[in-house]
Ligand binder design. Structure first.
Ligand SMILES: Cc1cc2nc3c(=O)[nH]c(=O)nc-3n(C[C@H](O)[C@H](O)[C@H](O)COP(=O)(O)O)c2cc1C
Length: 158
């Protein structure tokens, strides 16, 4: 019998993570989604990954655009996280952003970002794993991260 997905969600709800918005732009248009299934994968070559649900609208957009940027959110960017966690076309109005090397939008105020060309798409059940080659990136010296734990937004204690 397949492992209970409710329990899997409970287990990984205890995996405290940062929160990112993964953005994209290109022939399929500007879009993105809130994601915490992101990892730095390789330093040489510089690779990252994000796991995106096959049902997410952003899945096709990232694949067709061939690029994405991972924006690591600051504590005061909960509104961005909520907006990009809502399915459908994404409204970037009200958020400052600049265009990265690949064309993906980088959100103003993000703690850090990497800009990536889509290198490989690996199968991962009901998600696909988008491996990206980093072409640009940067991090702020200071600033507190937005944290996600047990289904709620949190902040670091110190
Ligand atoms: C904190 C948080 C983390 C999330 N992480 C992921 C993720 O890693 N991969 C994913 O496919 N969806 C993730 N989601 C859900 C998507 O953000 C959500 O399904 C979104 O509506 C997708 O938008 P789209 O269908 O327009 O692409 C996460 C949501 C939240 C609130």
């Amino acid at each position: 019998m397949a492992f209970d997905s409710k329990v899997q969600k409970q287990v990984f709800g205890k995996w405290a993570t940062g929160v990112t918005v993964v953005t994209t732009d290109g022939p399929a248009g500007k879009g993105g989604l809130t994601a915490n299934a992101v990892t730095s994968l390789s330093l040489n070559p510089p690779l990252v990954l994000v796991a995106v649900a096959k049902t997410a609208g952003s899945h096709a957009e990232i694949q067709q655009n061939g690029c994405y940027a991972i924006n690591i959110l600051a504590l005061n960017q909960e509104d961005a996280s909520k907006r990009f966690a809502t399915p459908g076309p994404k409204d970037f109005s009200g958020f400052g952003w600049k265009t990265a090397v690949t064309g993906a939008p980088i959100l103003e105020g993000a703690l850090a970002f990497v800009d990536c060309r889509l290198k490989e798409v690996l199968a991962g059940g009901d998600h696909d794993i988008f491996v990206g080659e980093i072409v640009d990136g940067g991090a702020q010296d200071d600033g507190a991260p937005l944290v996600y734990f047990s289904g709620k937004y949190r902040q670091l204690a110190n």
